[in-house]
Design a protein around this ligand. Structure first.
Ligand code: 13P
Length: 250
């Protein structure tokens, strides 16, 4: 049985003060849930967010990190620094990192390995653009991203990896994948994972859907057999919206 994982991705939003206000409100209205709840926030808010969520069932995640432990990498944040703060999750390979910051599959692969080495759970993001989907390249794009991003991992390592399927055309656009499109793509992901590792890894890996998930469509998306959670951008910025998505994971 796969557990639900509902994670917010705040992107470049919220000052430290705003982050703490959000967590205070979230804790006050948090529904009883069996889902793993994660808030992924800018680096500047992580330390205080970890402290503010101690003893709760809310885990804190980063939105990116370096693959290196330390050294001359001006402006970078290492896995050791995140670990030291009590951060548990890290988003890796988000389409915005791929597109805007030109992160390659090889670079994301190094980060995934570093996260596993240091006991951080990667939320490993993949997804196709509209052009790629319309050209019929969904399977080959996901295959390249998964094979490249997870290269060199052992089947056992996959217990520590969460995959987030985020069709690029659905991110921040208000256009959500239909439940059928989401479920279909998640089956494609499981098949690729099965071929790369084995059927048991594929059956057990948690796959989140991301892309305009919100309070109104979460229940339907999360109701699909192969959808094990959500990676939520815009709708994770207000605690009142985020709790509705958490409540839909049942
Ligand atoms: P939106 O929910 O704002 O579409 O963003 C999705 C996303 O990119 C989460 O990582």
């Amino acid at each position: 049985m796969r557990q639900y994982i509902i994670a917010g991705n705040w992107k470049m939003n919220k000052t430290n003060r705003e982050a703490l206000e959000f967590i205070t409100e979230l804790k006050a209205i948090m529904p009883a849930t069996k889902a793993q709840v994660v808030v992924c926030a800018p680096f500047t808010a992580l330390s205080d967010l970890v402290k503010a969520t101690e003893g709760s069932n809310i885990a804190i995640g980063a939105e990116n990190m370096s693959s290196k432990d330390s050294g001359a990498f001006t402006g970078e944040i290492s896995p050791l620094m995140l670990k030291d703060l009590g951060v548990k999750y890290v988003i890796l390979g988000h389409s915005e990192r791929r597109e805007i910051f030109k992160e390659t599959d090889a670079c994301i692969n190094a980060k995934v390995k570093a996260a596993i080495t240091h006991g951080l759970t990667p939320l490993f993001c993949i997804g196709e653009t509209l052009t790629q989907r319309e050209a019929g390249h969904l399977v080959s794009v996901l295959k390249t991203q998964i094979n490249g991003g997870l290269e060199g991992l052992m089947a056992d390592d996959m217990k520590k990896v969460v995959i987030a399927y985020e069709p690029v055309w659905a991110i921040g656009t208000g256009v959500t994948a239909t439940t059928a499109q989401a479920d279909e793509a998640h089956v494609v992901v499981r098949n690729i994972v099965s071929a790369m590792f084995n059927a048991s890894v594929a059956a057990n890996v948690q796959i989140q859907y991301g892309g305009s998930m919100n309070a109104a469509n979460a229940e339907e998306l999360l109701g699909k057999e192969n959808v094990d959670g959500g990676l939520i951008g815009g709708a994770s910025l207000k605690a009142a919206d985020f709790v509705k998505i958490i409540a839909a994971a049942k």
